[in-house]
Design a protein around this ligand. Structure first.
Ligand code: NAD
Ligand code: DAU
Length: 337
């Protein structure tokens, strides 16, 4: 199977590229990535000499960057991971880049998929398109789409474009909607790697608001195996929720990280809340389990341990991504919060 992965130099994309090449000896992967601040070729270190893997630097929202890739290869499937992915950036720096990549980029890929008659398109989406839950219940695939921040609004827009391409043009498209991922190679702007990185340096751990916002955590490798199941067996035109069913308040996650690293809870610092901060996400993953037989392999304990050990063993990776621009970003977002 030959697949196009977009955004394969990012966190989940790079884990997926590795997953495919490790799991299927006959897999071929072409990775198109623009290498934004979040794209990092170090995430793919060791694959350079693998003949089954090709990297192309390109922006999915620029036809001139992507058309040639479709002309050159005969793909069995397109998997669109490429996105501006960080909610805080969409709130603080504006939505333009999010609209460009997440909306325009998705439409361009859908057009090329159709023109080149690629048999399958997989859109990597998020639970955030459903908005926020109250104290009870979980998101199902029937929950109305109701995004609350610019990032999730662009992801919802992309989902609608995929739905429209399937409905109007008969494109064989499927959507995966996953909860919060954690694991190796995650950029330290997201909660878990940020808290690990700060704790390792005995820096304050900035918890937004009262720390009681709930996210549903899944180890990235379980997300990859779920995407693989949808790629191979998902029904055309369907969306599949993916989640670890481990939904807990942020403060609990932060305390667990401190415990693992044997650091004091006095490092926890409550800071000004994120504007419009979604209170609770929790996924109902019944459909993918029942229909496609997918099951997560990792408990949160196992996944967190593996993640922390990875960051401990990969100091240089963390140092590289935290230099220069990252410091500037951190200052802008957290100073005076
Ligand atoms: P990430 O920010 O780590 O990586 C995004 C990648 O996309 C980077 O390599 C970046 O260079 C690339 N990219 C950005 N704009 C591009 C463009 N115009 N053209 C080509 N490449 C471009 O993101 P992630 O956390 O790995 O998320 C991957 C996908 O999964 C996203 O679509 C995101 O919405 C979705 N998702 C993420 C999570 C999560 O918890 N991180 C959960 C559910 C869904
Ligand atoms: O739910 C899936 C989504 O998860 C993905 O679609 C997004 O791409 C991904 O970024 C993530 O969004 P969140 O906003 O949930 O993730 P983040 O790691 O930014 O924040 C997780 C929770 O932790 C959230 O409630 C905000 C809080 N938080 C985050 C940071 C960075 C803090 O309290 N302090 C922080 O410094």
């Amino acid at each position: 199977m030959k697949v196009l992965v977009t955004g394969g130099a990012g966190f989940i994309g790079s884990n997926f590229v590795r997953y495919m090449l490790e799991t299927y000896p006959d897999a071929e992967v072409v990775n198109v990535d623009a290498l934004t601040y979040a794209g990092n070729l170090e995430n793919l270190a060791g694959l350079e000499d693998d003949k089954r893997y090709t990297f192309v630097r390109g922006d999915i929202s620029r036809m001139e960057d992507v058309r040639g890739v479709f002309d050159q290869h005969r793909f069995d499937a397109i998997l669109n991971f490429a996105a501006e992915s960080h909610v805080d950036r969409s709130l603080h720096f504006g939505a333009e880049a999010f609209i460009q990549t997440n909306v325009l980029g998705t439409q361009l890929l859908l057009d090329l998929t159709r023109q080149h008659e690629v048999p399958r398109y997989v859109q990597i989406s998020t639970d955030e398109v459903y908005g926020s839950l109250g104290d009870d219940g979980r998101f199902t695939e029937e929950t109305p789409i109701a995004p609350n921040n610019p990032y999730s609004a662009t992801k919802a827009g992309a989902d609608f474009l995929v739905r429209a391409a399937a409905h109007s043009h008969g494109l064989d498209a499927v959507i995966t909607r996953c909860s919060n991922n954690y694991g190796p190679y995650q950029f330290p702007e997201k909660l878990i790697p940020l808290m690990i990185a700060n704790a390792l340096e005995d820096k304050p751990l900035p918890v937004y608001g009262d720390g009681m916002h709930v996210r549903d955590w899944i180890f990235v490798r379980d997300h990859c195996s779920a995407i693989d199941a949808v790629l191979r067996k998902g029904r055309t035109g369907e969306a599949y929720n993916i989640g670890g069913m481990y939904d807990v308040p942020n403060i609990e996650i932060v305390k667990l990280i401190l415990k693992h690293l044997e650091k004091p809870e006095s490092l926890i610092t409550y800071v000004k809340d994120r504007p419009g901060h979604d209170r609770r996400y929790a996924m109902d993953n019944t459909k993918i389990r029942a229909e496609l037989g997918w099951e997560p392999a990792y408990t949160f304990e196992q996944g967190l341990k593996e993640t922390i050990n990875w960051y401990l063993a990969n100091g240089p990776w963390l140092e590289h991504v935290r230099s220069g621009q990252y410091r500037q970003y951190y200052e802008t977002l957290y100073a005076g919060r």
